[in-house]
Design a protein around this ligand. Structure first.
Ligand code: FMN
Length: 460
């Protein structure tokens, strides 16, 4: 086993849509994503992931369409740019039945739907999957999502995180504080199904939510599913430091990712949390072949199917800039090391104003990156091992170019090498919850005692 205290986490980064991140690859003859509305697709995906002992499947989600391109809605619809898209929570329910060990993680937004019914859905999935559920917390960045919930404009960025903080508070109270462990008695003789003394109202009255309770679902294996989050803004990173157990950490290079990892760890420490009870996972795009040449040929074949970057150019969204005068020069903000300047250091041009940065459509960034790896099996394994060490991360969120070819290639060519090097697990532990898999040293299905949620659990 390499000098790691736990195996590298392997996560598949997907969305229940034909066009998640590899835009245009649905045109590839082998791609199966047009079948996302077919249970068979998910059964096959689940089987392949468990064959490769992947730790989890993560389903991203948005609550609106990207009507942000040059011709508004048309490009997104024509290109299947994250539309059509199924409800990931329902897909997880189906996957809970056709898989035995796979962690099942999905995105859900804290900005629009109330916490009480969501707590029930999350607990239902945790019960039916025997403790394999994770929740990626988002606040939703699409204007069209706001319009789908009766708003003309988006709620301000940092206010969305203030809503999210209170939302989590309500979820902690419902999932951890409303029922005591062991509340369910199933005592047929004394005709007591649940001990009433162990079920409580939560009486939450906050600035945004009022929830009386009690929660409707009895304690589930994890009680609180594993919390994931992927903030990049200052407010997003501080939210992660307070609540997240797994952070989907971004950055263009391993060094940048390491900076973000250390920043969140440090802030979590300031919130009194055990920093080693937070895991960091970064996204990676791998094209592997039996030889480096085969991989290179595959990569250029995929590129031929990709939607041209210009077609998908859209304005860069930087909430940190909302506080500045649109006419202000970006270089002056950087010189002053003012709020959000770190986000601006990459990619600004002399004379550029805030207005330019916020309004001009820019193509998605591409080109060489530590997280786009093309090569033979040993090469790819070495690159992943090097990046993981340098970025101080605990695992990878693999996104597929062609589904299921990219995953099958990774499982058949890279996983055996990673196993041989002792970097990933060889098998699953029966009955293990997702939290126990991610934090083996903690050996508990429940959140760490230093996690803010644990303050709501009643001593049993
Ligand atoms: C790996 C990864 C997965 C993400 N998945 C989603 C998602 O499913 N839905 C969503 O609305 N945003 C998603 N995001 C965006 C983040 O939630 C967040 O909005 C973005 O990183 C901007 O950060 P901020 O919220 O701190 O401004 C994801 C980001 C990353 C890096």
């Amino acid at each position: 086993m390499a000098d790691r205290d736990r195996p590298l986490l392997l996560s598949l980064f997907e969305m229940a849509t034909p066009g998640h991140l590899a835009h245009g690859l649905w045109t590839h003859p082998n791609d199966q994503r047009h079948r996302v509305d077919d249970l068979g697709f998910w059964r096959e995906l689940g089987e392949l992931l468990e064959y490769g002992t992947f730790d989890q499947l993560f389903l991203a989600d948005v609550l609106g369409t990207y009507d942000v391109f040059a011709d508004g809605l048309d490009t997104a619809v024509r290109e299947a740019f994250q539309v059509p898209a199924l409800d990931p929570l329902i897909v997880l329910g189906a996957l809970a039945d056709v898989t035995d060990h796979l962690g099942l993680v999905a995105t859900f937004s804290t900005t629009y739907e109330p916490p009480f019914p969501f707590a029930r859905r999350l607990a239902t999935l945790d019960a039916l999957s025997r403790g394999r559920i994770g929740w990626n917390i988002v606040t939703s960045y699409l204007k069209n999502a706001a319009e789908n919930f009766g708003l003309d404009e988006q709620i301000e960025h940092d206010e969305r995180y203030a809503i999210a903080d209170e939302y989590l508070e309500v979820l902690y109270r419902l999932l951890l504080g409303s029922w005591d462990d062991g509340a369910v008695m199933l005592d047929r003789e004394r005709r007591v199904f649940t001990d009433p003394a162990k079920v409580h109202y939560i009486d939450h009255r906050g600035p945004r939510f009022a929830v009386k309770g009690p929660h409707l679902v009895a304690p589930t294996p994890q009680r609180l599913p594993v919390l994931f989050q992927a903030g990049t803004s200052l407010r997003g990173l501080s939210f992660a430091a307070r609540h997240a157990e797994v952070v989907f950490v971004g950055g263009w290079t391993a060094d940048e990712v390491r900076e973000n990892v250390r920043a969140v760890r440090q802030q979590a420490g300031e919130y009194g949390r055990r920093a080693d009870r937070i895991a960091f996972v970064t996204s990676v795009d791998v094209v592997v072949g039996r030889t480096a040449d085969e991989a290179a040929a595959k990569a250029s074949e995929y590129d031929r199917h990709r939607t041209p970057r210009e077609v998908l150019a859209q304005p860069r969204r930087m909430p940190e800039l909302d506080r500045y005068d649109p006419g202000e020069l970006v270089e002056d903000i950087i010189k002053r090391k003012d709020h959000g300047y770190r986000m601006l250091i990459r990619g600004w041009r002399p004379g550029q104003t805030v207005r330019d940065l916020q309004s001009k459509p820019v193509p998605r960034r591409s080109g060489p990156s530590d997280f786009r790896i093309v090569g033979g099996p040993e090469e790819v394994a070495t690159a992943l091992e090097r990046v993981a060490a340098r970025a101080e991360i605990d695992g990878f969120n693999l996104s597929q170019n062609v589904s299921f070819d990219s995953l099958r290639d990774f499982v058949e060519l890279v996983v055996p090498v990673l196993r041989r090097r002792g970097l990933v697990r060889e098998s699953y532990r029966a009955g293990e919850t997702l939290r126990e898999r991610i934090f083996p040293a903690a050996a508990s299905p429940y959140p760490d005692p230093t996690h803010p949620g644990s303050a709501h659990r009643r001593p049993s």
